[in-house]
Design a protein around this ligand. Structure first.
Ligand code: UT7
Length: 338
């Protein structure tokens, strides 16, 4: 099929609409004061430099798919649908249960979504807008009617608990949503995605894949943990998150004045505040939950959106803008009329 034909096959009058959401956070809380006993850090440093006070940590035997399945069940309940109605599960993560098979297949089995196809996507902290773009395309082409997006990360499993530069930032958790097609004006209005593979080394886990397979040497070199060049990422994160919001708005002929709520990737309160300021938003127009959860990578933006929805911080017809940025590098924005 030529590109033109693919375009023709899309029905632009149809859009994806979120019809149910659910989150899952593990019980165990790890506070900044707990971290003070593990590495040379302080609650004061973590709070002022990141805005994070605590994060949830999954149990040792609790996998990414366990957390994803619990969020998925909460989303199905919220949407009032049965697992058998789901046609496709799209799962975003940087901490799959295994390299293969896909974590989406483990979730499919755990929630008994017997009629669903299942696939994983790898877009790090931009996983949610990337997953939304796939769901939107499948819905517009009519290929699938009911799609579950689930984003989950057990970052504690790839965190170097001896590295104060990274271990204070991350947490564990999962968010899910169910999408269906709609011709109403409410739903997913636009998407914008970008990436820059030239800067992949700024945030990565070098070990465990084909580049550095699992060997004693690789483990001795601690390559199986997250590596991050934080201050270099900081500036790019602000630029790309502002760009993602602006481009997504432009694509649906809206401007910053139309935004009711910005739901940004929850990496650092200073990044979030800078993005909000550049977009000329008031503090109450910018949703944050990182104080309690830290950075959840793929699960970050979706759990923040779901928390905003579940606590009624957004109301019907509000214009919500999502803006994410992460490893890859990848970034993405979306506009949703709730
Ligand atoms: O999710 C994907 C996207 N993620 C991001 O975009 C993350 C972006 N980066 C950040 O959020 C910030 O850069 C960090 C929070 C990672 C670091 O904050 P920073 O203000 O950029 O600090 P820095 O890396 O420039 O380090 C400043 C100092 C250093 O000490 P010296 O060399 O100035 O003496 C670090 O060793 O802070 C030190 N430091 C710490 N001190 C206490 C780094 N981590 C810690 C710590 N506790 N946990």
């Amino acid at each position: 099929m030529s590109e033109e034909k693919v375009g023709e096959a899309m029905n632009k009058d149809i859009r994806a609409k979120i019809v149910g959401v659910g989150n899952y956070y593990p019980d165990k809380v790890l506070t900044n004061h707990d971290l003070e006993k593990m590495v040379d850090t302080s609650d004061e440093w973590i709070t002022t430099r990141t805005g994070i006070k605590e994060r949830r940590i999954a149990a040792e035997n609790e996998t990414t798919s366990d957390m994803a399945a619990r969020a998925a069940k909460n989303a199905m309940k919220n949407a009032g649908i049965e697992a058998s109605e789901i046609d496709l599960i799209i799962l975003a993560t940087v901490t799959p249960d295994m390299n293969f098979p896909s974590t989406a297949c483990f979730v499919q089995q755990k929630i008994k979504a017997i009629n669903a196809a299942a696939l994983d996507i790898s877009a790090a902290c931009s996983g949610f807008p990337y997953a939304l773009s796939i769901a939107q395309a499948y819905i517009q082409t009519g290929q699938f009617a009911t799609i579950m997006i689930v984003a989950a990360d057990k970052l504690s499993s790839i965190t170097d608990w001896e590295d104060k530069n990274t271990c204070v930032l991350f947490g564990d958790g999962a968010g899910a949503c169910i999408l269906r097609s709609t011709t109403s004006k409410n739903g997913l209005l636009s998407l914008y995605l970008g990436s820059d593979g030239r800067k992949s080394d700024l945030l990565c886990m070098p070990g465990g894949g084909s580049a550095n397979p699992i060997t004693h040497k690789m483990i001795d070199e601690r390559l199986h943990y997250v590596k991050m060049r934080g201050s270099e990422l900081f500036k790019i994160a602000i630029k790309k998150m502002v760009l993602s919001a602006e481009k997504a708005l432009e694509k649906c002929d809206m401007t910053i004045e139309d935004i009711d709520m910005l739901v940004p990737h929850q990496a650092n309160i200073r990044i979030i505040k800078a993005v909000g300021a550049r977009l000329n938003l008031k503090d109450e127009q910018v949703y944050t939950n990182l104080e309690k959860h830290g950075n959840l990578s793929a699960a970050s933006t979706i759990t923040a959106l779901n928390d905003a929805i579940l606590t009624k911080a957004v109301k019907e017809n509000d214009i919500i803008v999502l803006s994410a940025f992460g490893g890859g590098l990848t970034w993405g924005g979306a506009v949703i009329r709730w």
